[in-house]
Design a protein around this ligand. Structure first.
Ligand code: HPA
Length: 255
């Protein structure tokens, strides 16, 4: 079972028939769904839990990613609800995340803790798998999904939203969208040699961008896009993938 979808806010299923499975890891236990879609087994994991009860700063990212690795996963597509700090991307738009700026503060962000192991670093030249990103762009049109562009994801600690001045700073640093979960998920995937890509769904304007911040439309925005996005993921998974078009499986630098 080498393919998985991680659903962010508003994306709690990916269709198909399935059953639930609990996987124990040294970081904790993780519940996931195993879906059978057209004969292919695809794992679905709800990032915030099935009832959306785990806030971004308390998600057990290491358990989630290790559990997927232990199930044999090599390819992950994920979704993320994000605010926009780029005037060109408005609520309802879909963007492919290409890089990140890390403003998290207090979460474990690595599996590499030294001790028995040697000191390891991980290459971040392509944090989000270039092959999965390209394939998503290639197949989105077929599903009637309009991609607005690529974006740099600013990851904040949360759960509070940002101040207007913080958003001003993020814009100046080259950020396009803001969320609270891509770090450390994207880093841990790379440490495990997994190809990982995130599709951002803009749920709101960031603080100070357009009057008041409103999240009341979030469910509607997600509903509009989630099926098309997960259909693209599944289409790509069913066509088959390999790791020869990216460096995700060889990104660890060992000293
Ligand atoms: N800021 C941070 N995280 C978010 C936002 C936002 O505006 N929207 C959705 N997740």
């Amino acid at each position: 079972m080498d393919k998985a979808i991680i659903g962010g806010t508003g994306v709690y299923d990916a269709g198909g028939e399935g059953y639930s499975e609990k996987v124990k890891t040294k970081y904790g236990e993780v519940e996931m769904d195993i879906l059978n879609i057209k004969g292919e087994e695809i794992i679905f994991l709800a990032r915030h839990g099935k009832n959306h009860s785990v806030p971004p700063h308390l998600i057990n990212y290491r358990a989630n990613m290790m559990a997927l690795k232990e199930m044999g996963v090599k390819y992950i597509y994920s979704t993320a609800a994000v605010g926009s700090c780029n005037e060109n991307y408005e609520p309802g738009d879909v963007v492919v995340i290409k890089d990140f700026l890390d403003f998290t503060k207090s979460r474990p962000v690595t599996f590499f803790e030294g001790g028995e192991e040697s000191v390891k670093h991980v290459d971040m030249s392509d944090p989000y798998c270039k092959n999965l990103r390209r394939r998503f762009c290639d197949f989105a049109k077929d599903q009637g999904l309009d991609i607005k562009g690529e974006g740099v994801y600013v990851c904040t600690e949360g759960p509070r939203f940002e101040t207007a001045q913080e958003i001003n700073m993020f814009k100046q640093l080259g950020g396009d969208v803001v969320g609270m979960t891509s770090v450390p998920e994207v880093i841990l995937a790379k440490e495990l040699g997994i190809c990982y890509s995130t599709i951002g769904i803009i749920s709101n304007w960031c603080t100070g961008m357009s009057g008041e911040i409103t999240l009341h439309d979030i469910q509607g925005v997600m509903e509009k896009n989630k099926e098309k996005i997960t259909n693209v993921f599944i289409k790509i998974f069913l066509m088959g993938l390999d790791q020869s078009h990216c460096n995700c499986s060889s990104a660890i630098l060992e000293l």
